[in-house]
Design a protein around this ligand. Sequence first.
Ligand SMILES: Cc1ncc(COP(=O)(O)O)c(C=O)c1O
Length: 300
Amino acid sequence: MKIPYIHIPVVEIPLGKNVKLFMKREDLVHPEISGNKYWKLYFNINKYLAKNPEKPYIITFGGAFSNHIAAVSALGKIAGIPTLGIIRGEELKDKWRENPTLSFARKNGMNLQFVTREEYRHKEKLTEFLQKEFPQALVIPEGGTNDDAVEGVKMMLNDQTKDFDYLCTAVGTGGTVAGITKFCEENQKVIGFKAVSDSSLENRISQLTSRENFSLIDAAFGGYGKINDENIRFINDFKRDYGIPLEPIYTGKMMEKIFEMINKEYFPENSKILCFHTGGLQGIEGANMLLKKQNRNLII
Ligand SMILES: Cc1ncc(COP(=O)(O)O)c(C=O)c1O
């Protein structure tokens, strides 16, 4: 993986309020390995390939609509490395063709192994087993979060990001917010918007970064992966008003929460707020598939 030559734009989201809101469009870093996924995989892959494994092989984990699974499969195809995805939910074994994320992964050549939710819960055991079975393989944890991922997130920070008072990102497994916290300027405050209701996140993030200049805010809106009508309306209005697409699991919920906080005057006057668009737009198709089945409004 190379550092992309494209310049990642930081764009203003004009609000006409007493704070300034900007977005860094990390979603544009790569068409298929998008946003934070690119940077979380960056050192993982480069360090692994630098060891010159004879037969490189990547194994990773994810749910049915996982952005990480989509990204790793695309990376495997581009780099010519075989990939294996351990997918949560045995019931998907006969239904993966209906799922846009899993179909995309298969099209990229990823082998899919479906496991029960119970087996998936014991991922550490599975990882141990797989690493023994395939000693030459790179086994990347769910969501790609590990120390090398945190290191990679450093690349999302540069001169463009230094002058902001607040840095905001969506949180799933915590690697992205940990990287931003670890490598941002000392005076900057980091806010992680939790897409998952997981009380262990705070500790995990503290372990990944040695700093404490972050806070977490619940932005799960009823639970991970749950999408309410207001979430859909917000995403569609945001795209219409600012021309920026958001997906409903992470970035849509984060932006909705930030708007709510700005309206409630959470941020002091004249604050400069930067939120990271962490990509994952491939998830819109899968979300729309479910919404259509429920006869609900779709994400445009
Ligand atoms: C689009 C998007 N944003 C944010 C996140 C959260 O990142 P992390 O798992 O590092 O907390 C994810 C999950 O990887 C994601 O797919």
